[in-house]
Design a protein around this ligand. Structure first.
Ligand SMILES: [Zn+2]
Length: 490
């Protein structure tokens, strides 16, 4: 058995969202109503599964369920229903979508890499493509206006649910109208990642504690209540995950159905079902229990989605850590259901080398049994080395806040490696471009000396210019990778 683990650097990129968020004064009155509705939906979802008469088995697949050792509060393991099978979904759900299509333009003869296009209601995504993260429906420091339309943008349902509320975005006519990015596609997640971070702390914290951190440390963020993290922060049941608002401490229930309703309001082109994010230090039995729960939750989310598709595509999230048997089981089950694409989530290895190893045996599984024709997304990976490797392994898109976060802190991506612009050596680099090969709006006009000054003076313009450069760098890199595949060099 391989030990499950998670990449500290790479998955940590996603965890930063919850730490670096902007806090706004908001009204939570809508949540009191939502909680009642969500509870009712949860009960309804449970009842649907119970009444289906399917066989009941323990979550861990054995005869002796044990209490969870994870930091989130779990109920003692009751018998749980098996997730629905492929034939339990309507046959029309397996038909091609008129509004969503993945087109493979070129399959490399040297690797699993491919060039393709994802056709969505709001434009075409060229793949392989990098997906920048716009946590609060905004890229930090830059405008959508200056970004290419042929790339997906990732927004976080958890943050949008808390503020401004999915009803506000629905009222604006959806995220495309709200942000005025009408010709560029969006993808939203379920919100589960951030909710589970409330219990386990950031991935970085949990990893560095070597498993001794059983609950998130209670750290009051600016504007946060100090009692919404750590002990009793998240209670996980078969129904969903209950967490506390960082604003007023009220309890909010995120269920497989409620996240879909929220994502319907937001209106992204691609949406994600609810899954459980298991902590890094976890027994195999607990990982298996978590995997089975994610399967049941994802199937419930899919059922909810199919009640009103609304021209949205839904990707599943494959789990199983780096355990070959569990990962394979997850791929076989989830790809049998009528999802429109496949996202790779969960524990992706402790470092780039382990991620590479995981992808090397996992991705060929996506190349057989009719799975080749759907797009594949890698969740939370954005450093250059890992992106290049993921592309050769046949990943089509990958999201990360890596380039925007680096830009905020004055680190610039260049062909020669990371450039820390605040270093004194840059103070007199007059006329020296950030990156000789780059033709972004920053590099066309400004030099290293001016950017060094802006960061040292804490001028917001520095962040804007650095972020614009980093996003262009990633976009250019993906274009080169696509060309490399077309030329059979990759
Ligand atoms: Zn540039």
């Amino acid at each position: 058995m391989l030990r499950p683990s998670r990449n500290r650097q790479l998955i940590g990129n996603r965890a930063i969202d919850i730490d670096n968020r902007l806090i706004h004064p908001i009204s939570f009155s809508q949540f009191h109503i939502d909680i009642v509705l969500l509870t009712a939906l949860r009960s309804l979802g449970d009842e649907m599964l119970r009444s289906s008469g399917r066989r009941v088995r323990h979550q861990c697949g054995c005869l002796c369920p044990r209490r969870s050792t994870s930091s989130a509060s779990h109920e003692p393991s009751p018998p749980s229903p098996s997730p629905p099978l492929a034939e339990d979904f309507p046959s029309w759900a397996y038909e091609p979508r008129s509004f969503f299509r993945f087109e493979i333009i070129k399959q490399s003869s040297k690797s699993l890499a491919r060039v393709g296009r994802i056709h969505t209601p709001h434009g075409v995504v060229d793949t392989p493509g990098f997906v920048p993260v716009a946590t609060n429906a905004a890229l930090k420091g830059v405008s959508f206006q200056n970004q290419p339309d042929n790339q997906l943008v990732f927004a976080n349902t958890y943050h949008l649910l808390l503020h401004p509320g999915s009803d506000i975005i629905r009222g604006a006519g959806g995220i495309h109208n709200f942000t005025k990015r009408r010709r560029g596609p969006f993808i939203t997640d379920s919100g589960g990642f951030q909710v589970f971070s409330l219990a386990y702390g950031s991935v970085q914290e949990e990893l560095s504690s070597k498993g001794e951190l059983k609950r998130a440390r209670i750290k009051a963020k600016p504007g946060w209540r100090n009692d919404v993290m750590g002990k009793d922060a998240v209670k996980v049941t078969e129904g969903g995950a209950r967490f506390r608002s960082y604003r007023d401490g009220s309890y909010i229930l995120l269920t497989p159905e409620s996240t879909i309703d929220a994502q319907k309001d937001i209106g992204a082109d691609i949406i994600i079902p609810l899954d459980e994010l298991p902590p890094y230090h976890i027994s195999r039995q607990r990982l298996n229990e978590s995997l089975q729960k994610s399967h049941r939750w994802e199937a419930r989310s899919l059922q909810q989605h199919l009640k009103n598709v609304k021209n949205q595509a839904m990707y599943c999230v494959v789990h199983g850590g780096i355990d070959v048997e569990l990962r394979t089981q997850s791929i076989e089950y989830l790809t049998s259901l009528p999802f429109d694409g496949y996202a790779i989530g969960g524990s992706l290895g402790n470092g780039r080398a382990e991620l590479k190893e995981l992808l090397s045996w996992m991705m060929p599984l996506f190349d057989k049994d009719g799975r080749r024709d759907k797009p594949r997304h890698l969740l939370g990976i954005g450093d250059e080395e890992s992106v290049r490797n993921a592309v050769t392994m046949g990943l089509d898109t990958m999201d990360s806040c890596y380039p925007t976060r680096l830009g905020r802190h004055g680190t610039l991506l260049t062909r020669q490696g990371l450039l820390r612009i605040k270093r004194g050596a840059n103070a007199r680099s007059f006329g020296m471009k950030i990156c000789q090969e780059c033709n972004c709006s920053t590099c066309k006009r400004y030099d290293r000396a001016y950017l060094c000054h802006l960061f040292k003076a804490n001028e917001p313009l520095g962040v804007m210019l650095a972020t614009q450069h980093n996003l262009t760098y990633m976009s250019d890199m993906m274009e080169e990778l696509r060309q490399g595949i077309m030329d059979d060099r990759i």
